[in-house]
Design a protein around this ligand. Structure first.
Ligand SMILES: [Zn+2]
Length: 201
């Protein structure tokens, strides 16, 4: 069994252990459908299927195409072939299965849940805003204190294609209303997140 934590009333986190780090998959629970965010790593895909099946998700949204976010996808789809695969239109090229739905910036995934294009870490990485709850799932657009960064910070240069662009993207994310910040790497900021993010750019 993979460990699941409720981060906010609408977002659960599933922890995906791996020798290099513990990766994260999220589930956004909405009355318009439950959304899985990211696919973890291949080695844990079977356990991940067991963890996400009870949510009866409508779709799986990829915040980016790096392996720690997508490598579990082929096996997940073998077990759950009806899941709609969703990614930003500029990120689909690196996803190991065909993407069913291509997103543009500001497009709603389901009502009240918006994709925000935040390039820089990769070409088409997205953050996901849950408007009613003021929760931003930043993916790798922002890193928290942890394995890869000493503190809340823009994505590290080593793992990113264009850090100045990533910083511009953080400015863009700050034009939206959020107070809880959920990250793929490092410590989440579940209070006063916007003020904390303003200090890193
Ligand atoms: Zn990542």
């Amino acid at each position: 069994m993979l460990k699941t934590n409720e981060l906010t009333p609408k977002v659960d986190e599933i922890l995906v252990p791996h020798p290099e780090s513990t990766y994260r998959v999220f589930v956004i629970k909405t009355e318009h459908g439950n959304i899985v965010v990211d696919a973890g790593v291949e080695e844990q895909a079977e356990l991940l299927v067991q963890a996400i099946k009870p949510y009866e998700p409508c779709c799986i949204v990829l915040t980016e195409n790096h392996w720690d976010h997508v490598a579990g996808l082929p096996k997940i789809l073998e077990a759950m072939p009806d899941l709609t695969v969703v990614a930003h239109e500029e990120e689909a090229y690196g996803v190991p299965v065909s993407v069913d739905r291509l997103l543009k910036d500001q497009e709603e995934i389901v009502i009240g849940v918006k994709a925000l294009h935040a390039p820089g870490h990769s070409l088409g990485n997205i953050a996901i805003l849950i408007e009613e709850e003021k929760t931003l799932i930043a993916g790798d657009a922002i890193f928290g204190k942890g394995d890869y960064a000493d503190s809340l910070s823009p994505p590290p240069e080593k793992y990113s294609r264009d850090v100045p662009q990533a910083i511009e993207s953080i400015r863009y994310l700050l034009t939206h209303d959020f107070d809880k910040l959920i990250l793929s790497h490092g410590v989440h900021e579940l209070k006063n997140a916007k003020e904390k993010v303003m200090q890193i750019i």
